[in-house]
Design a protein around this ligand. Structure first.
Ligand code: G6P
Ligand code: ZN
Length: 608
């Protein structure tokens, strides 16, 4: 019997097709394809890899096989599919839909126009629909900030019913299945559903034995509605309406354009001119849709900062707040007038002022903060001052999700509301289980609104950051990326550093004494799982840190990340140029790693 519900709009009856018609399950022969191990955030490869043969089919079938073995209820619940709009998004949505239906999924939600930001997917999963429409998981078609297009990257990741990325246990099971797969189930004769039209299409088997539904849902409205409950948009509107305040949001031709339009223009009444690059493009306009000082050039130009975040030109006409999001809308960069806020500082400042945000205030204030290991220790000082629980996790948002969902496992201690962030331009809270670019922008606006009484001179982003440093001290921080490194060379460099960890302890390099050198390993306090090899750390006696990691999101080749941090207390020099302060540590890092020798790269490709 069918679950109760609405089966409206269209009913497709393929009476011409034999037997089960549109719902006939074809079994396609296949063979394992190498390299389907998901990285930090899903499977990302060159688009041509995905479009060839059954690459995508294999991964999707392997996911259903893994889900079935965990006892997921595919038949009575809903699967959501959406993506960041990059090239191949539309084709992939139809392939996944047909494999899903053949694997017993009864209801598929497709995001309108195929577009759903990563945080919106998380919101949609968590919100679900009327009881029988509970969403058990989602495929998000994204390679995040990696460039898109036929010659660039495509990606897919699976999120679970808590709205967060699949835990390693599941991604390992998926990967294992990809190494043994022999067949794919697919309703190959099922018609494509047009994702540009909202509403439900019911597809019936010709013999009446089965009835499924594919519904196009509005991902934008779901997310905006959630954000309305988290913030006081009235206060934010009053700030935005001040004659001395203006905002510029750069969607970088990624998925957030329609979200930003709905939020800033339709809800908050701002002119369309406050948005740039707000029309999604399947190649992100040929750019890296990555909100940082190197790639978000349209925004940095507008905000009057150079590639190192230093002011350039005049401040005349520069907006009060500038922000950008990445391809799939989970990352954010925040700028004030001619002023760059590092993601690590942004996290610390949001933690310090969390009470300004109604979502937190209503629950008695935040109780816990979490940061990834390479993220600076700025937030640690806020946690200490405010007596918040602090977690240091490996890189990857999924580790935060585990902590947020852990209530009962901490002996009844409820750590929500929860705030987390990463140096990689990710910030968010337990309103969803992904980082959330627009959330971060609204969080900054809410804090600014709280500091700006009507009729008083404007309290700026820069002054909020500087006040923070004056209270807590400043963690000077930068990250060097070496992209496109030959993988074996990068691995050799890490192997050499790993074997030298104990002999490096106590050594003095470029004036810094190494207190500890180790390989970061994480014991998840919730599920007891251990994540090894999460980066090499050199912790200096004065609290400075030098960290090396291999990126888990590089589409091809290896990306070496080198993270440098130096803490200066409130009594120290707080307004220096970062590059000058960390210069010796950079030299130390290059010496400790022999990076130039191993990789042949004289200088980084990106500095953030
Ligand atoms: C994605 C993940 C983040 C992670 C980031 C950096 O954006 O969602 O959680 O911090 O990638 O990953 P990488 O391994 O490239 O440094
Ligand atoms: Zn992203």
């Amino acid at each position: 019997t069918l679950p109760p519900g609405r089966y409206e709009n269209t009913t497709i009856d393929l009476t011409a097709a034999p037997g089960l018609g549109a719902l006939k399950v074809s079994t396609l022969k296949t063979a394992p394809i190498d390299g389907q191990k998901p990285g930090t955030s899903g499977l990302r490869k060159k688009t041509a890899v995905f479009t060839e043969g059954k690459y995508l089919h294999n991964f999707v079938q392997a996911t259903f096989d893994a889900l079935r073995s965990t006892g997921a209820d595919l038949e009575c619940q809903t699967l959501l599919i959406g993506g960041d709009g990059r090239y191949y998004n539309d084709v992939a949505i139809n392939i996944i839909t047909k494999i899903a239906l053949a694997n017993g999924v009864r209801r598929v939600w497709v995001a309108k126009d195929g577009l759903a930001s990563t945080p919106a997917v998380s919101a949609l999963i968590r919100e679900g629909g009327p009881q029988w429409k509970k969403v058990f998981g989602a495929f998000i078609l994204t390679a995040s900030h990696n460039p898109g297009g036929p010659n660039e990257d495509f990606g897919i990741k699976y999120n679970c019913e808590n709205g967060g990325p699949a835990p390693e246990k599941l991604t390992n099971a998926i990967y294992k299945n990809t190494t043994t797969i022999t067949s794919i189930k697919m309703c190959a004769e099922c018609p494509d559903v047009d994702p540009s039209v909202l509403g439900e299409t019911v597809i019936e088997a010709r013999d009446g034995s089965r009835r499924v539904s594919v519904e196009v849902v509005d991902g934008v409205a779901a997310h905006v509605d959630l954000l309305r409950t988290v913030f006081d948009l009235g206060a934010i509107k009053a700030l935005l309406d001040r004659p001395d305040f203006s905002i510029c949001f750069d969607a970088m031709h990624g998925v957030t354009g329609p979200y930003a339009k709905a939020l800033f223009c339709d809800v908050l009444g701002q002119p369309a001119s406050c948005l740039i690059n707000a029309v999604p493009k399947d190649d992100f306009g040929g750019h890296h849709a990555d909100p940082n000082l190197t790639y978000a050039v349209d925004l940095t130009k507008k905000m009057g900062v150079d590639r190192l975040g230093q002011p350039v030109g005049s401040s005349q006409g520069v907006p009060s707040l500038g922000a950008a999001s990445d391809g799939d809308g989970d990352r954010n960069m925040i700028l004030g007038t001619q002023f760059f806020v590092t993601p690590s500082d942004s996290l610390a400042i949001l933690a310090a002022h969390a009470d300004c945000i109604p979502f937190f205030a209503a629950q008695g204030g935040i109780k816990a903060v979490a940061r990834s290991m390479p993220t600076s220790g700025a937030v640690d000082r806020v946690a200490q001052a405010k007596n918040l629980a602090l977690f240091e996790t490996p890189t990857g948002w999924k580790f935060f999700g585990n902590l947020m969902d852990s209530k009962a496992l901490f002996g009844g201690t409820d750590y929500t509301p929860f705030l987390c962030g990463e140096e990689s331009f990710g910030t968010g809270s337990d309103h969803v289980r992904e980082k959330d670019g627009l959330w971060a922008v609204l969080a900054w606006l809410q804090i600014l609104a709280a500091h700006n009484a009507p009729g008083k001179p404007l309290v700026t982003v820069e002054s909020i950051v500087k006040d923070h440093w004056a209270t807590y001290g400043r963690n000077y921080y930068c990250r060097y990326d070496y992209e496109g490194v030959d993988k074996p060379k990068a691995q050799a460099m890490f192997a050499a550093m790993t074997s030298a960890t104990s002999s490096n302890t106590g050594r003095v390099v470029q004036g810094s004494k190494i207190a500890t050198a180790d390989v970061f390993e994480y014991l998840d306090p919730v599920d007891g799982s251990i994540s090894k090899n999460q980066g090499i750390r050199f912790l200096m006696e004065d609290g400075s840190r030098v960290i090396f990691r291999l990126s888990g999101t590089a589409g091809s080749g290896a990306t070496v990340r080198m993270y440098i941090e130096k803490y200066v207390p409130p009594t120290g020099a707080l307004h220096e140029v970062c590059a000058n302060v960390v210069g010796d540590l950079v030299k130390a890092a290059l010496e400790l790693s022999s990076l130039v020798k191993f990789t042949g790269m004289e200088s980084p490709t990106v500095i953030t």
